[in-house]
Design a protein around this ligand. Structure first.
Ligand code: RFL
Ligand code: PHB
Length: 410
């Protein structure tokens, strides 16, 4: 068996793991990253598209925002189409100038992976059979790589390995509590090289079900349709997708919609899920490993980023100042923000989707709630404040990085 040792082992090369790696590198903290998939697979995965300011600021701190600055599209508003009538939520006007940025998770991942490669940071892609040992006392991670067995002794383990990862699964049941809600529908997503139907995202509530018109750039669009959980992607030709989308849109958008061949099409089930706590001795969970939100509020990737703000700060405080305060508070700080994002995502999902089981009374109430939100400045402000993202301690992390003794801080 090959033996290595390092300060932090990061499991998972999604946005959470890659961001943490980049920030630890900047702070001069040694780490090794393990990923079960190939680098090509990870870089090609199509997922989120909307970054909160917190995530944009974090990518800036991590020093990998050159492409984001050039290609990200700042959005100061979103539209909600409710049964044929369009309402604009002026995010910036309602939140003292805040906005969101359209920039694909695929691009974030590629930028981070490229930076890792340039700095030659230690990474094992296609690491198999990753296992976590003794995370309360003397943490170790074992895995198989290119036919050889490895063991890494470390001081901390960051479980950034998503919903299906090994980190959460390694925790004894009596030490972990989980909270879950599964929705009775999924989102069928389609990516195509066609110009977006509108300058801003359109969230569509219709009798035929929810739809979302999003984008990745001025020439690449991302559309979603609410579909039953039992549906299969093979049941949907591109033509059928476009026809159904048109039926859920208003006449003006229907007219403007440019259709084309799909680059990718997939169905994602919708789920709310939270793990408590998020730290177990020297093992931290971050991102989708600890929580899942339905995509309606565009929060998943952004929550992964805010967990990393707290985790990177905690580890830097520990290594720079010998303080365990950030480590002790990690779980509680993350969960406060996580539950607010869970609430918002659940609320947006309830408000905009068609729930088959709803009684006529419940349908009327939901419509009244949406009408209230859309017709009231206070209601719109609540939506906007949550959509652009709640505060997070990015400034604290910046201070730690630039003012501390970090060897590589800029
Ligand atoms: P990831 O991205 O799932 O990465 C986890 C990584 O861990 C690896 N892994 C393992 N490695 C080693 N050993 C093991 N045993 C392992 N098991 C797993 C995996 O291969 C993977 O590379 O988690 P992370 O980093 O926490 O990032 C979370 C985000 O990816 C996720 O929350 C978002 O994509 C959610 N999401 C959205 N979030 C937003 O903020 N805004 C959006 O607009 C948005 N839209 C979306 C979304 C997710 C969607 N899907 C597909 C669920 C739209 C959709 C359709
Ligand atoms: C996306 O572009 O993939 C996207 C945008 C907004 C959401 C969810 C997904 O709420």
């Amino acid at each position: 068996m090959k033996k290595l040792n390092t300060q932090v082992v990061i499991i998972g090369s999604g946005p959470a793991g890659l961001l943490l790696g980049q920030l630890l590198y900047k702070a001069g903290i040694e780490h090794v990253l393990l990923e079960q998939r190939s680098a090509e697979y990870v870089a090609a995965r199509i997922r989120a598209g909307i970054l909160e300011q917190v995530s944009v600021d974090l990518l800036h701190l991590a020093g990998i925002d050159q492409h984001l600055k050039q290609q990200g599209l700042p959005h100061s508003g979103i539209e909600i189409l409710s049964h044929g009538t369009k309402y604009r939520i002026d995010l910036s006007a309602l939140t003292q100038g805040k906005q969101v940025t359209v920039y694909g998770q695929t691009e974030v991942t590629k930028d981070l992976m490229q930076a890792r490669q340039q700095e030659q940071l230690s990474s094992f892609y296609e690491a198999q059979n990753v296992q976590i040992h003794d995370f309360d006392n003397a943490p170790k991670v074992t895995f198989d790589y290119q036919g050889e067995q490895y063991q890494i002794d470390c001081e901390f383990i960051a479980g950034c390995d998503g919903y299906h990862g090994v980190s959460r699964a390694s925790i004894p049941q009596e030490r972990i509590q989980t909270f879950e809600k599964v929705y009775p529908f999924g989102w069928l997503g389609l990516l195509a090289d066609v110009p977006p139907v509108a300058d801003e995202l359109i969230y569509v509530q219709s009798k035929r079900g929810f739809a979302l018109c999003s984008m990745r750039s001025n020439t690449r669009s991302r559309y979603y349709l609410q579909v039953p959980l039992t549906d299969k992607v093979e049941n949907w030709s591109d033509e059928q997708f476009w026809e159904e989308l048109k039926l859920r849109l208003d006449p003006e958008s229907r007219e403007k919609l440019v259709t084309g061949t799909s680059l990718e099409k997939s169905i994602a089930p919708l789920r709310s899920f939270v793990t408590e706590p998020m730290r177990f001795g020297k093992l931290f969970l971050a991102g989708d490993a600890a929580h899942i939100v339905p995509p309606t509020g565009a929060k998943g990737l952004n929550l992964a980023a805010s967990d990393i703000v707290y985790l990177a700060s905690a580890l830097i405080e520990y290594y720079q100042h010998g303080s365990e305060q950030g480590i002790e508070q990690y779980s509680q700080k993350c969960l406060q923000r996580v539950w607010k994002a869970e609430r918002f995502s659940w609320w947006m999902t309830n408000l905009l989707h068609d729930f088959e089981g709803d009684t006529a009374f419940e349908k009327k109430l939901k419509q009244a709630e949406l009408n209230y939100i859309l017709g009231s400045e206070a209601g719109q402000a609540t939506l906007a404040e949550n959509y652009v993202g709640l505060p997070c301690e990015v400034e604290h992390l910046r201070q730690l990085l630039v003012e501390g003794n970090c060897q590589k801080a800029s």
